[in-house]
Ligand binder design. Structure first.
Ligand code: GDP
Length: 454
């Protein structure tokens, strides 16, 4: 594990509650570090057999006061989640009980409260997981939909990490060939032959990385598709948002221009995450506040994957789409209960049309089903999981690509040393994806995402 600072492993032993909200039936308190065994002895009187539950009375190590009765588990390192000695106390999940047990643990010399993500950080430091697995774990804990859970699980079990190792393998072979040229620089044929052999590896790697970067499914599953609801004031956008979200998220009013800001709500559409964005009614701004709302709305719409353009069928206006966006547009003729008649609109951007009444609920099921199909198709259910799912991973791949391109551009002209240097930099960028090298400044960002106790 080049570059990883092992010295900090020998620091304090940490303890924290790892289970959820209290009060609950049971709370799990975890301890990791060299003093974990001492902590168990101090509170429970003895060490259980490794990985066997022991029912024990827990006492405060200083006052001797009885705290609770609970299960104690002992996981001697390195065969533990963090790689260090670990212990787990399963106690009654009341606030006072947990506070008292933690207080007792902190009375044991060398035990301190864990910070966010500390347990996972130690697991990474001890080589129990790479950075992509740690990120997968964070995603797994945060997963709200089935697709997110499946993707996060694959990453937590090393999906991207293994892929990166394959890519690095190709690069290392190419580098070895180019460097062989350096060693045999005075023999005529060796350098150019070695270089010619290395080129296909680099070309293949570049193609793979570009394909992985072009695959937006991972980000789509993780962040969700963004669906903007737009249209003229009073068309029924806020009502539609509420109907889709099945709860009151937007202010519905019959006064034009009430939705002054951009409202967002996360939906689970058939197992996929989608973010529904209700934008301020688009019309001539009357006040400053509304102008700002419209500016923000336009910004969001331009980035959406799908725009639902809501049109009031009962109104006098033609259903003209008054915005610019690369997104797909669906035209929703609303208030069908007030009038019959499909809006005529020949905008080539419109791919589907729906007639509905948010007031009566007519047509909403059909719309919801279509939205589910849209989101699932975008995320492409099934098949292999995409490799790059986070901005951090994509940035590293982009950097690797730029070095590979620089290498290929100068393939015949560059000296062996310069060529090898570009390949080395590409390898460094790839290695930073799994956290092998060059990630010191990123660690806080990665592990801060976790809660305390994870
Ligand atoms: P927004 O400005 O586009 O967000 O529109 P709102 O959702 O605030 O709705 C404007 C008005 O139209 C409100 O009084 C809603 O109750 C009403 N409305 C919305 N949808 C329908 C519908 O399908 N039928 C009827 N009759 N009224 C509706």
């Amino acid at each position: 594990m080049d570059g990883q600072d092992k010295s900090i492993i020998a620091r304090d032993t940490i303890a924290a509650v790892s289970s959820g909200t209290m009060a609950a039936a049971i709370a799990v308190i975890r301890v990791s570090g060299s003093q974990a065994g001492a902590a168990v002895r101090a509170l429970a009187g003895r060490l259980p057999e490794p990985r066997r539950a022991l029912l024990a009375r827990l006492r405060h190590p200083v006052s001797g006061e009885r705290l609770d009765e609970g299960l104690v588990l002992w996981f001697p390192g390195p065969a533990s989640a963090t790689g260090e000695d670990m212990a787990e106390f399963q106690v009654h999940g009341g606030r006072a009980v947990v506070a008292a047990v933690l207080d007792a643990l902190f009375a044991v010399p060398g035990i301190v409260p864990a910070e966010r993500g500390d347990f996972t950080r130690r697991a990474w430091l001890n080589g129990k997981m790479d950075l992509t697995e740690a990120e997968g774990l964070a995603d797994l804990i945060a997963a709200e939909t089935e697709a997110q859970r499946r993707q996060a699980l694959a990453h937590a079990f090393g999906h991207l990490g293994r892929q990166v190792e394959v890519w690095r393998g190709w690069l290392i072979r190419a580098m070895a060939l180019v460097e062989a040229g350096i060693d045999f620089a005075d023999e005529d044929d060796v350098p150019s032959e070695a270089r010619a052999l290395a080129r296909p590896e680099v070309v293949m790697l570049l193609a793979e990385l570009e394909a992985a970067l072009a695959d937006r499914r991972g980000a789509m599953v993780r962040e969700g598709a963004s669906i903007a609801i737009a249209g003229r004031p009073n068309a029924g956008k806020s009502s539609l948002m509420n109907a889709l979200a099945l709860r009151e998220v937007a202010i519905v009013s019959d006064e034009p221009g009430t939705t002054r800001d951009v409202l967002e709500v996360a939906l689970d559409l058939g197992g996929y995450k989608a973010t529904l964005i209700d934008t301020a009614g688009l019309r001539e701004a009357e006040g400053k506040v509304e102008a700002e709302g419209i500016r923000r709305a336009q910004q969001r719409i331009s980035k959406a994957d799908l725009v639902l353009w809501v049109h009031d069928l009962s109104g006098p206006e033609a259903p003209e789409i008054a915005i610019d966006s690369e997104a797909e547009f669906w035209l929703l003729g609303n208030k069908a209960d007030l009038t019959a008649g499909t809006p005529v609109l020949n905008d080539p951007r419109v791919s589907r049309r729906f007639e509905l009444s948010v007031a009566t609920g007519a047509g909403l099921d059909e719309l919801t089903a279509a939205l589910e199909t849209f989101v699932a198709a975008r995320a492409q259910q099934g098949g292999e999981h995409p490799a790059l799912i986070r901005a951090r991973q994509r940035e590293a791949a982009t950097l690797a690509i730029s070095h590979l391109k620089a290498a290929l551009d100068g393939w015949d002209g560059l000296s062996e040393e310069l060529l090898a240097e570009e390949l080395r930099l590409a390898g460094r960028a790839l290695a930073s994806i799994t956290g092998r090298i060059g990630v010191e400044d990123l660690l806080d960002v990665v592990f801060r995402e976790f809660c305390i106790g994870k």
